[in-house]
Design a protein around this ligand. Structure first.
Ligand code: IMP
Ligand code: MG
Length: 178
């Protein structure tokens, strides 16, 4: 069974729901007279962005970009993005990602979006792993802080699996040697 692979729960479904409500209120207040463009970084953003945008009560638009930097449970250090780049000229962009770790993904994407003519760029992440930071970037909206431990669920994967677990958890050690 899928759930037998989980060692412990780090952020429960109830906590996640509180987080998306809180961030939604904060963003709605900050963008009261604006129409932000949310750009979700696929695939990790999917459950989080889906829940977050339902808590936004100002007009907004949505787009997505496929980004990859991880193999298994470690960062490769190379950020790749694929597909048609969203139209960002003169837009107030909010990048949405599951977790901020080394910071490389957010740094590369923020620079690229500004280069493409966005009016402003902010960053919203469900989780922040400050101990993993390699480059100097911070998120503007953070749902919760996690220790330097590999987590899965609610969009976060290990080798593309476990994204469908409704909470954030840590895998049992033996899963990595399977
Ligand atoms: P970084 O900040 O450039 O290192 O990359 C962040 C990306 O790495 C996230 O969007 C995730 O895809 C992945 N990542 C970082 N830490 C974890 C983790 O604990 N579990 C699953 N994916 C992670
Ligand atoms: Mg990701």
């Amino acid at each position: 069974m899928l759930y037998d692979d989980i060692e412990k729960v780090c952020v429960s479904e109830e906590e996640i729901s509180k987080i998306t409500t809180k961030l939604g209120k904060q963003i709605s207040a900050d963008y009261k007279d604006k129409c932000p463009l949310f750009i979700g970084l696929l695939k990790g953003c999917i459950p989080f962005m889906t829940d977050l945008v339902k808590k936004i009560d100002v007009n907004c638009t949505l787009d997505y970009l496929r980004v990859k930097s991880y193999e298994g449970s470690s960062s490769t250090g190379i950020v790749q993005y694929f597909g048609l780049f969203p139209e960002v000229k003169d837009k107030d962009v909010i990048i949405v990602d599951d977790i901020l770790d080394t910071g490389r993904t957010i740094k590369v994407m923020t620079e690229k979006i500004l280069e493409e003519g966005a009016k402003s760029v902010k960053v919203c992440v469900l989780l922040d792993k400050p101990e993993g930071r390699v480059v100097n970037v911070e998120a503007d909206y953070v749902g919760g802080i996690v220790p330097n431990e590999f987590v899965v669920g609610y969009g976060l994967d290990y080798n593309e699996k476990y994204r469908n677990i409704p909470y954030i958890g840590v895998l049992k050690k033996e899963v990595y040697s399977k």
